[in-house]
Design a protein around this ligand. Sequence first.
Ligand SMILES: [Zn+2]
Length: 408
Amino acid sequence: MVHRKLSLLLSIFLLALPVFGQQQSPSKPKPRVIVVGVNGMELDIIRPLLLKGQMPNLSKVIEKGAYGKLRTVSAPNCPRVYSTLFTSTNPEEHGVTGFIVGGITANTNMLKEEPFWSMLSKSGITVGMANVPATFPVMPVNGYMISGMLTRGKNCEDGVLCAPKLSEVMGGDAVYPKTMQAELLKNVGDFYIDCERMPAAGDLKGHETELIDKWLGKVQVIRDQQSKLFDYLLTEHPTEFTFLAQSCEDRTGHWLYPITPFNVGYNSSINSVRQDAFPHQYVAFDKVLGPILKHVDENTYLIIFSDHGIKPLREFEEKDPHAHMDHEKTTPVIAKHDFADGDDVPGSFFAMGPGIKHDLRLMGLGASVYDVAPTLLHIYGIEQPKQMRGRILTEIFENADNKIAAKQ
Ligand SMILES: [Zn+2]
């Protein structure tokens, strides 16, 4: 209901856009922001890579900006956290409490609170989004939207943790506006929308090395396709606000986290095969970040965040009969993030741009997923709506002389 109301409002607004556009003064460009979501980026894994110089692009962002842990919600998983980040309201308020809600795969029709990109669109800011989890079916924006994790399609009928191709999407639109789909198929190809499903313990048995390598190969194919898509969109369809997301990193961590024999669930035939598989995901992510950085000039804000981290199984997990299983309860999972205590698996936050402090490390868990939307609205000079529970992350901005910070 609320979603329909939002869509209707937005449709009315979009009809009025040309007039709106004409009223804009060309001398006052709006801020440009690129947000990159990395699923389950775990600081414990990336810190050694940063120290070894294996993530040169992220290191550059850290040097030029502010970074730290990002407090997440309890029992964090992608749809639950992303929807919290979209709306700055808690899961019970926005309605997307997990992968499955009331027996149905989470979808945008369930979203009961207005997401920030709808607010940006209404304010005349151009919005582009690609592969962001929990954005299926796509919603109308002042620009384009390509859905991400939880998109339903052939061989991925329930949409949970599987990879449909763009041409195989079912049960809703994966691209807004619809006309953009043919253009993407022609210029980017028939790309996978989400990451590959994890293999089952039964399939792995006796074929561990072969299956692990095959799975990792597919992950890299998906990442390459995503990277091509992101570069195409940033080049051919630049928007004032752009939101891109990656999801394969987290999936790898669940069953290939580099644990040692004393960790729960350790199976030498799986966990000693490619111990660098999970760290390597971030080295590969850093290579995706490179081409994105080419689109970031000194007037562009770049925000990279992770919705949660991921850690080896916790003590209380031993009592859970499904502790080593994924959402389908078939994969030999050795690391997770949906622990009752979300503070065990904080996400991460990196920001750089005009007026953002350099080389600032945010200590503790002062910044939270609730704060991202208010901070983004603030950058565009849009007042934080009452329902939003987060705060503007004023500590990352230079000083009161800065126009952005002065609005506080
Ligand atoms: Zn996630």
